[in-house]
Design a protein around this ligand. Structure first.
Ligand SMILES: Cc1cc2nc3c(=O)[nH]c(=O)nc-3n(C[C@H](O)[C@H](O)[C@H](O)COP(=O)(O)OP(=O)(O)OC[C@H]3O[C@@H](n4cnc5c(N)ncnc54)[C@H](O)[C@@H]3O)c2cc1C
Length: 395
């Protein structure tokens, strides 16, 4: 059987794996990225929204991957009440609408330039263990069985991650911690290219929302996410079709792409076991409230890459512990808060969404504070306070 030896093997050629590999290769260590698909970035499984804060990360320069820039988000409650947020306040998915295929390929190009070897049509099938330690990966490389050996193994293999399971990490997702998505790219519609639109409501998208991310004046990604605990086969498509049919500006659109996929909306899991590290969706770093995961995959990937390089430089595997400390410092607070928000919001009925939207629609989010929110709720809909107590830190 053919054998490859590397310092690091990364399973998964999405944003998390590509950025991890980039920062290890940069320090001169050998890295293999194993990607089961035949092309990086294809198929696209994404709404393609990302915060403009991606520019501040210093990982990828502005380029052809940006298709549209929005000024903010509009959130519509079931009765049509609209809350407007500037891109800055709207979270990790609002700012740019991107071409995910070009975006991922650009990350791959940057990583390859630093020296990463990318193996396409390479499906990681099984861990190779020596004395109870994961030392490599058995893979199907274009129909041939091969083995990759490495000092550090990275699981960047997305929502279905297997690498974690190989070393005994519990990667199972409860139905309430996974969202089923269905999305069309619709052309020939009328949309406002200045805003990403979000429609919430239990009857519209139980436990999730419908999004319209405009690529131009007449093309947008129109998708839906439904929480697993409310979902059944075919429901996401059925609800999205119903929504599109109800909107004159969308009804006439023609689908030029259809996709389905799942997003973890769970709490982060253990992301380090000995010499094995999980990043991105595999580590459940997706924002549990919005389902956005690209930014966190980039942030976590960079931390993982830099920490692994540090550990290899000192030949000290215990340095890998810093990965957990470092990603927690950057992401944990937000992930925990948004998990709680998701848990609460998934119980809201349509009336509660309407009351909430009515309470906050006039808030200037530039001057947003917990106090401002409480004041708005007490004034308009005091009954909401009881539902939102845990979020506001009230007993
Ligand atoms: C419908 C939908 C819409 C979304 N919209 C947005 C959005 O608008 N904005 C946003 O920020 N996030 C969005 N997300 C989430 C976002 O796409 C993910 O969070 C992000 O891709 C995570 O990056 P990753 O590298 O961790 O995983 P992925 O991008 O999933 O990459 C994992 C890679 O691993 C490969 N792989 C898996 N198993 C193996 C194996 N055994 N061997 C080899 N390769 C393997 C896969 O082929 C894949 O290429 C959306 C997700 C879905 C499903």
């Amino acid at each position: 059987m053919k054998r490859f030896d590397y310092d690091v093997v990364v399973v998964g050629g999405g944003p998390a794996g590509l950025v991890t590999s980039m920062y290890i290769s940069e320090k001169g260590f050998s890295v293999a990225v194993l990607e089961r698909d035949k092309e990086i970035g294809v198929p696209v499984l994404c709404g393609e929204g990302i915060s403009k804060k991606v520019d501040d990360l210093g990982i990828i320069d502005r380029g052809r991957w940006i298709e549209n820039e929005v000024v903010g988000a509009r959130i519509f409650s079931p009765n049509g009440t609209t809350v407007k947020l500037s891109a800055e306040h709207a979270g990790g998915e609002t700012g740019y609408i991107i071409d995910r295929e070009i975006f991922d390929k650009e990350l791959a190009r940057l990583s390859a330039k630093k020296g990463t070897d990318i193996f396409l049509r390479c499906n990681a099938k099984q861990g190779i263990f020596e004395n109870g330690k994961l030392v490599g990966v058995k893979a199907d490389l274009g129909g041939e069985e091969v083995e990759f050996f490495a000092k550090v193994i990275v699981g960047a293999d997305g929502v279905e991650s297997r690498v974690g399971r190989w070393v005994g990490i519990d990667t199972r997702l409860k139905p309430k911690d996974i969202v089923s998505c269905f999305e069309y790219t619709l052309s020939g519609i009328e949309c406002n290219r200045e805003y990403s639109d979000f429609y919430v409501g239990k009857s519209l998208a139980p436990g999730g929302y419908i999004w319209i991310f405009p690529k131009s004046d007449d093309v947008a990604n129109v998708g839906i996410g439904v929480l697993g605990s409310y979902s059944k086969p075919g429901l996401a498509k059925e609800l999205l079709d119903r929504f599109i049919e109800s909107k004159e500006e969308l009804r006439k659109g023609k689908a030029i792409r259809v996709l389905t996929g799942a997003v973890p909306v769970a709490k982060p899991i253990e992301s380090l076991r000995d010499n094995v590290i999980l990043v991105g969706d595999a580590a459940r770093h997706t924002d549990p409230l919005t389902g956005g995961g690209i930014m966190h995959a980039l942030i976590g990937g960079r931390i993982a890459g830099e920490t692994i390089a540090e550990s290899l430089e000192s030949n000290d595997v215990s340095i890998l512990k810093k990965y957990e400390e470092r990603w927690k410092e950057k992401l944990e607070k937000k992930l925990k808060r948004n998990y709680m928000m998701k848990e609460i919001a998934s119980t809201f009925d349509d009336k509660t969404f309407d009351m909430l939207a009515d309470s906050v629609k006039d808030i200037n989010f530039d001057e947003f504070s917990t106090y401002g929110l409480i004041k708005a709720l007490v004034t308009k809909h005091p009954s909401l306070l009881i539902k939102l107590k845990p979020l506001l830190g009230l007993r």
